[in-house]
Design a protein around this ligand. Sequence first.
Ligand code: IPM
Ligand code: MN
Length: 320
Amino acid sequence: MGYKIGVIGGDGIGPEVIAEALKVVRAVGVDLDTVDYDLGGARWLRDGEVLPDALLDELRGLDAILLGAVGDPRVPPGVIERGLLLRMRFELDLYVNLRPFAGFSVVRENTEGSYAGEGGFLRKGTPAEVATQGSVNTRMGVERCVRFAFDLARSRPRRHLTLVHKTNVLTFAGDLWQRAFNEVAAEHPEVTTDYCHVDAACIHLVESPARFDVIVTDNLFGDILTDLAGAVSGGIGLAASANLNPERTGPSLFEPVHGSAPDIVGTGRANPLAAIRSAAMMLEFLGEADAASRVAEACAAVSGRAGTTVELGDAVAERV
Ligand code: IPM
Ligand code: MN
């Protein structure tokens, strides 16, 4: 019996890149028992459902979830993002969003911050309207994410961890993050640390990314920073991510950083490498380290090559 993997191709180019990722996993010889889930914008447009409760419960029994991309321009903003992707991150407690780039990795807190959905309207639609949007930072939530980042940093040759925040302006959340970081740092004398404001981190990512080894940051900063990191390190077509439940109390979710790119659906121009690299992260997390590194190496050898979605998938599958 193979690993039980839930596959959510999703919208736009999602199903195209996921087909290549599954092709590569099969080529590397890992036995997957896949279950397809029809979720995303298309499903909502068809029958108004985003993520039925019974289906969410079914997902809890899987070994992992592989997701292509969700989002459709015909669906109001947030319906699919909050109702499907964020709901899975919250309900399955996928509290680390790990995004590796060439030379450094970003550990993004994935269940709190501005994504928690705290806020609301007052006098909506009137000239005196008020909208608030809070940021939730719990000591437990921050500390567990920071601990994961220290564990990752100590496993890497450079053993260096940078906290990225905006402690000079977000003084309450920043203070909590800095204190949690300092306290966990004291338990890890083998890891060198520093701190960088998020705006300065953007400059460094463009001008001197080599200063970074592991970055740990909050949900929204991590979202923005990892798009920038993807863009400056080979393009968003290569950027992979893992939404992890490190305690393994349920499945973790693996997805490319890129979106559904409805403008290029069906053209063969979608780069499958981000999805394939995400599948490699899945293999690694499942304990298939050898298969994972073979896929990662094959991706590195193929990246930069020209070709259609299927041609690049074939090229990686041949190499593994
Ligand atoms: C990402 C995406 C999501 C996020 C969206 C689709 C909700 O941009 O995974 O980075 O903001 O986290
Ligand atoms: Mn994003």
